[in-house]
Unconditional design. Sequence first.
Length: 334
Amino acid sequence: MNIVDKLYTDWAWRCKSGTPDINNPEDKAILESILSDLNIPLKEDTYILEADGNEYDQVIALKLFNDKGKIEEIPGVSRKYVVGKNDTVHSDDKKVFTSLFQVTPPKVGKEVGSQQTRGAGNGEVALYWLLSRSGVNVQDGRGKDAPDLRIDGTTGLEVKSYGERVITLGRFGNDYDTRKKLGYVLGLDVLISNLTGTERAPSIDSFNKEELIRGFGTMAKFSSDKNLREASTEFELIRYIYSKIDSLTDDLGLDKGFKPREGAASILRQLLTTKAENKPGFGGYIVDISAEGKMQYHQVTKEKIDSLDDETILKYVNANGSALKIYPDELFGK
């Protein structure tokens, strides 16, 4: 439980209703008391977003009117904008769009306007305004492994700055299955590297693409070595190594005589599939949006990922430091 969760739990426990309301003087006094105990004063200019489903509307109202309560006064759009359709913001909507483009909500529980704790990127709030005022049921999707926005609670939208070639699709530090597979590949290479002292030993949280290919190269040599395979029938340790190698190659759909680049591409493809399934989600979109109002949608599907050849995967999907970085235009732009 992080500090925000602990704070809210304590606040809720002390309130009579169990559901704190910042506009209730008693509840606000309790919050001030908790913050005072923590030496965190509740400033008069600290805005607290209410978790009632319209957090982005509050941010927009705060920007346009300096009053988060004036949601009803948020202007509409001059024409409808359609999800999935490349478009350019109409001139009549440009002024509001431009003013909202760099507006970002904070992370949950943080002060509005704090750039150090912002919970979204440029363009998200502006796109939310365009779509929500076009009659689209759109919600913000701030959260772990969640897309930036959701349409009808299902279709995800991941927003990136127009012209930004590389984005981080997510981290896999807590993905046990992925880390286990990487451990098999890199662990064997670490063993050989430490014995020979010829190569820098990678780790699961610090490796590059060349080290991943090298790891699969080491694994491929073991996999195809007939003498060692025969010895595995007598020696439990060798048998254990081969059981892990065979389990991994079967899971990745690799033949016994796989090439190192095939192996590296297969695990990167699996990483991409796993992350894209949630962010933005299959059928969802990665949206390029510029400060000038250009919008370009790239739909993400499992079929597209499956159709990518190994060299495209190796070139445009990178895993490093537990983060998956991709080139969406090259992967999904066609």
